[in-house]
Design a protein. Structure first.
Length: 271
């Protein structure tokens, strides 16, 4: 007759141990959030510059493993050497949603990335060299190197095994571009960029690498910037008369070159 009370006691003990075990797991997951955030931050600031060849700084990265959400604050992408402006891109906040069950798999599934109100600096000449295309060229070189057997460190970083990604939705919203065109007497503009959305990247088995994701985003960003500047070129030409007769002729010639160059560059970017 004592068997049943003993069994009930054993069951209570077992259930108690299970509850304690679950609580410990939850506590460990919650506690790991800030620790993992620091790891991601360090990775962005070390791996990112090797791919883009420009400095990258991040204020904070916060993660919630339970909800599969992350927040990146104070992201700043520097400029290549030779450019006067201190940065190419600055973002106050990036919101990321990840499938938490994919974190430990070969391919991390990112449900969404939303880049909110980035400030972009376009410095240089739209068709003969500027900071954005220089950074894009650096990333393209890293991606190309990663596709070949190489001992180059940048190539290894760009395509490390286990770094496969799937990004279902990438949104850039509320962006502004600060344009400084060479050959225009220091002419500067601040223009709004339309919403940029990329979807279904890396949905195949192979996924995409972080370097390839960066390349695709920079391609879309550069194309959108070129289109906006091309539409604003007419407004620039209307104002060159205010520079004086001699200066107006010089600036007018530069505007024509810029307009033609923008057109040819836009054709290339859409191919």
């Amino acid at each position: 007759m004592l068997v049943f009370p003993v069994m009930r006691i054993i069951k209570k003990i077992l259930w108690g141990l299970v509850i304690v075990f679950v609580v410990l797991i939850v506590v460990a997951v919650i506690a790991a959030g800030p620790f993992l955030g620091k790891i991601v931050k360090a990775g962005m600031e070390t791996v990112g510059p090797k791919i883009t060849q420009v400095p990258i700084k991040v204020d904070t990265v916060s993660l919630s493993i339970l909800t599969g959400s992350a927040k990146i604050e104070g992201l700043v992408v520097g400029n290549p050497e030779g450019y006067k402006t201190p940065q190419a891109i600055s973002v106050s906040k990036v919101a990321v949603g990840v499938n938490p069950f994919s974190v430990l798999s070969d391919k991390i599934v990112v449900r969404s990335i939303e880049v909110r109100s980035p400030e972009i600096t376009f410095e240089g000449n739209p068709f003969s060299g500027n900071n954005l295309t220089k950074i894009r060229d650096n990333v393209n070189a890293a991606v190309a190197s990663s596709q070949k057997p190489s001992t180059n460190q940048t190539a290894k970083v760009a395509n490390q095994p286990g770094q496969k990604l799937e990004v279902d939705d990438f949104l850039i919203t509320g962006a502004r571009v600060h344009v400084s065109l060479t050959g225009m007497g220091g002419k500067e503009m601040t223009l709004p960029l339309p919403e940029i959305r990329l979807t279904n990247m890396g949905t195949g088995t192979d996924g995409i690498t972080a370097a390839d994701l960066t390349r695709r985003v920079l391609d879309a960003l550069t194309t959108a910037t070129v289109k906006v500047v091309a539409n604003a070129a007419t407004d620039i030409s209307r104002g060159v008369g205010n520079l004086g007769t001699g200066a107006g002729k010089t600036a007018g010639g530069d505007v024509n070159k810029i307009t033609k160059g923008l057109g040819s560059m836009f054709k290339k970017s859409t191919n």
